[in-house]
Design a protein around this ligand. Structure first.
Ligand code: NAD
Length: 484
């Protein structure tokens, strides 16, 4: 994405980071305790999950009685603080999780500040007819229990908060254990915005030490009326089994098809810009490519012009053995998992693990591999891209659909053949389908439409926004209020 920015924009971001750093240096990791930032006590952070829920419930009661206009004032203030403090949260996120890239995380925060829908998202609807008037309004649930990932921690907390507050809810978060300081900073930001706009002092809450136990307390507390989970398959399954109404935003493994009608130099650049954005952490980012055999060499040559390093097959296999760890469980079953030490790391750091030393200009490792290879089959969330040659559109669609593993999350295609584009979109059935653009166009960055970092494929809400967190309520007046 950075490659699309003008020099003036890059300069503006650098100046913004520098001025922010001068005002308030990023808190050193050694002093993180998830309750304070540079000596300032964070608002809304509790030792006990039930206390956090009670506080969010008081916030809910307060926001429920506020006018929509005043609710919108809180949202406006959240947007303002998010923009102003994006550099701090971006730096904190990278420092705490050791994943991603500061400049891209700044862009992600600015995106949520600008393109997360406000109260206009919960417009009521009316039906009139011979029997009078029926009004449908979007009401809050109460307190929402939200689980946030490590890959977009503060982005998810703020984006979820905006949508959930728009809907009139209070929120309690169980942040990812590897991103507590960053997530709780964002919780504090939302509360500061609420107080500054005349809202409750605590509208969203979190805990000092989130664990699976605190998540279970959240599932069971009767004040929690809706659960929203953004994370991998394990946690989505846990939340959907909780017995409560739940929205699940789960894993993806987005395939890309490039056919022989595509603008190949543009396709190569778009794919690498999307794949390397925040070091491939977004769940929508390009994870593997199916390229027509007659354009594959040209595609790879153009990727190499866009900051890629081409691995040999032997190097690809060695790197795969490092980024995917194997362990044996107590029943003797071999289990493989993506190495947490590799997720979201720079391509340069990953390549060093197999003895390849490159400069900062290399932002992605690419490799031609067979369909069965882990670079195709596994959601790696790091700037490594497997490329599979295919003979025709039938084979491309067949393999790409299989590689998506039925997540129905996101898929991409570069083509000028509308029949091919339509066939793949129909076959893959994903929540997001991006044509001829980097993946992030699918969440409103350089594409039309609102943004979110909670894309609920399994439960069907799609790209969540305020209305996803509401209950639809109907009020009927019979034989009156129709004025024609
Ligand atoms: P993760 O699954 O490791 O963790 C998500 C959260 O769930 C964390 O807070 C974690 O502590 C918690 N958790 C894990 N198991 C749990 C359980 N059984 N009960 C309660 N809580 C549990 O996620 P991550 O590695 O931070 O994020 C990456 C994953 O999330 C990827 O699979 C990615 O595709 C997915 N993701 C999806 C979306 C989306 O919008 N669909 C957005 C971001 C991330």
């Amino acid at each position: 994405m950075a490659t699309n920015w003008t020099d003036a924009q890059i300069n503006e971001i650098v100046q913004s980071v520098l001025s922010q750093m001068k005002k308030e240096p990023v808190q050193p990791a050694a002093s993180w305790d998830a309750t304070q930032y540079n000596g300032r006590k964070l608002i809304g952070i509790f030792a006990d999950m039930n206390d956090a829920i009670n506080a969010a419930n008081e916030g809910y009661k307060a926001v429920r009685s506020m006018s929509l206009a005043n609710r919108e004032k809180i949202i406006t203030e959240i947007r303002k603080l998010t923009r102003a403090e994006a550099p701090v949260m971006a730096a904190l996120g990278v420092a705490e999780t050791k994943m991603g890239r500061v400049e891209h995380k700044i862009a992600k925060h600015n995106l949520i500040a600008d393109k997360t829908p406000g109260t206009e998202d919960i417009t009521p609807t009316v039906k009139t007819g011979d029997h009078g008037l029926t009004l449908t309004e979007m009401a809050p649930f109460g307190v929402v229990g939200a689980i946030a990932p490590s890959t977009n921690p503060s982005e998810t907390v703020i984006c979820n908060s905006i949508g959930m507050i728009v809907a009139g809810n209070g929120v309690v978060f169980n942040p990812h254990p590897n991103a507590i300081a960053t997530s709780n900073y964002a919780v504090d930001l939302v509360n500061r915005a609420s107080a500054a706009a005349g809202g409750p002092q605590i509208l969203v809450a979190s805990v000092i030490k989130p664990t699976l136990d605190t998540a279970n307390v959240m599932y069971k507390n009767p004040l929690i009326r809706l659960l929203v989970c953004t994370g991998g398959p394990g946690v989505v399954k846990a939340v959907l089994s909780s017995g409560k109404k739940a929205i699940g935003a789960g894993a993806g493994n987005p395939p890309v098809i490039v056919d022989d009608t595509a603008d190949i130099p543009k396709a190569a650049k778009d794919i690498i810009d999307g794949c390397t954005f925040d070091n491939n952490l977004p769940c929508i980012a390009e994870k593997e490519v199916f390229a027509f055999a007659n354009i594959a060499d040209e595609l790879i040559a153009n990727m190499l012009k866009n900051g890629c390093y081409l691995l040999t097959r032997e190097q690809a296999d060695r790197l795969a053995d490092i980024v995917i760890t194997k362990s044996t469980d107590k029943d003797g079953k071999v289990k493989s998992a993506v190495s947490r030490d590799c997720v979201g790391r720079d391509a340069k750091v990953l390549l060093e693990k197999i003895g390849v030393h490159v400069g900062d200009e290399i932002r992605c490792a690419i490799a031609e591999v067979p369909f069965e290879h882990p670079f195709v089959q596994t959601e790696l969330m790091m700037p490594i891209l497997g490329i599979v040659r295919v003979q025709n559109i039938d084979q491309a669609i067949d393999l790409a659909v299989k590689a998506e593993h039925g997540n129905r999350h996101t898929a991409h295609m570069h083509s000028k053949n509308i029949d091919n584009l339509t066939r793949f979109a129909r076959a893959v059935e994903t929540t997001i389908f991006v044509k001829n653009a980097p993946s992030y166009a699918g969440i409103g960055f350089g594409g039309e439409g609102h943004t979110t970092f909670t894309i609920a494929g399994p439960t069907g809400e799609g790209l969540t926004s305020g209305k996803s967190f509401t209950r639809s309520r109907r009020c009927v007046m019979v034989d009156n209020f129709r004025i024609v």
